[in-house]
Write a protein that binds this ligand. Structure first.
Ligand code: ADP
Ligand code: MG
Length: 255
């Protein structure tokens, strides 16, 4: 059991995630241009940039919800190729949290958290439920285990989505604007959950415009525009003295 509750993933050599000169097209439209990024194990990379700049596409390529056409992406040392066996292995290592929670509305919170454990991890019901309850405790919402998503606030639903991802024991967590669909008073509870996850040493790639969060936890902030990484730096440096005009303009619009 303690193994299943561990937050810090399996050790392997090299960065947790590596992108080298990744290009991606949707039809004739090139959405990613030569994107290179190393995410060291235990680090937290925050990606920001204007709408349409390719942030979601980039992280969706990391768990192969989208395929890239050129360059290399590896996760825990395993290169993403067409081989589906590899993709299943990667998916098991990578948890994802979306803007719109994506919980199953007809399942209770507990069932949302046990479904993949039982069918993908083949855990017996009792074990899956015990793990789910432990992670619901961790996101501070165990009392809602019998509720349906529609009975929860947005912030509570997002914390369930985080718990659900953690139940699969990912070594890397991807967040795609996890707070941007939330009412302002609920943003903090979700960010607090993410900060605790960072403090526990989880490797994280977060697309977010929450600059306070970035300052608090990011090892590196990456600014993207038009499918390219324009600049990257430690949060304090990037926010206080961005090198590029586009970054300056973007950051000044956030304030
Ligand atoms: P961001 O997350 O930074 O807002 P996205 O990665 O969602 O950006 O989108 C980048 C660009 O790719 C946008 O111009 C968007 O319209 C386009 N795009 C995203 N998904 C698709 C898709 N499935 N098919 C075609 N174009 C897409
Ligand atoms: Mg997006």
């Amino acid at each position: 059991m303690s193994r299943n509750l561990s937050l810090v993933g399996r050790a392997s050599e090299g960065p947790a995630v590596r992108l080298v000169e990744v290009d991606k097209w949707y039809g004739h439209f090139q959405v990613l241009h030569g994107v290179s990024l190393d995410v060291p194990r235990g680090s937290r990379v925050v990606i920001c940039g204007p709408s349409g700049s390719g942030k979601s596409t980039l992280i969706r390529c990391v768990n192969r919800l989208e395929a890239h056409q050129r360059g290399l992406i590896s996760v825990n040392g395993v290169e993403l190729t067409e081989q589906t066996g590899r993709i299943d292995r990667i998916r098991g290592d990578v948890g994802m949290v979306f803007q719109h929670f994506n919980l199953f509305p007809h399942l209770t919170v507990l069932e949302n958290c046990t479904l993949a454990q039982r069918w993908v991890r083949k855990r017996p019901r009792q074990e899956a439920e015990a793990i789910a309850m432990a992670f619901l405790e961790r996101v501070k919402i165990p009392e809602k285990s019998g509720s349906y998503p529609g009975q929860l606030s947005g912030g509570q639903q997002q914390r369930v989505a985080i718990a659900r991802a953690l139940c699969m024991n990912p070594s890397i967590m991807l967040f795609d604007e996890p707070t941007s669909a939330l009412d302002p008073e609920m943003v903090k509870e979700v960010l607090d959950t993410m900060v605790r996850l960072a403090d526990d040493g989880m490797t994280m790639i977060c697309v977010t415009h929450e600059m306070g969060f970035a300052r608090q936890v990011a090892s590196e902030v990456v600014f993207m525009d038009e499918g390219k990484i324009i600049e990257r730096n430690a949060p304090d440096t990037l926010f206080s003295s961005p090198s590029h005009e586009r970054t300056k303009r973007f950051l000044s619009n956030l304030l």
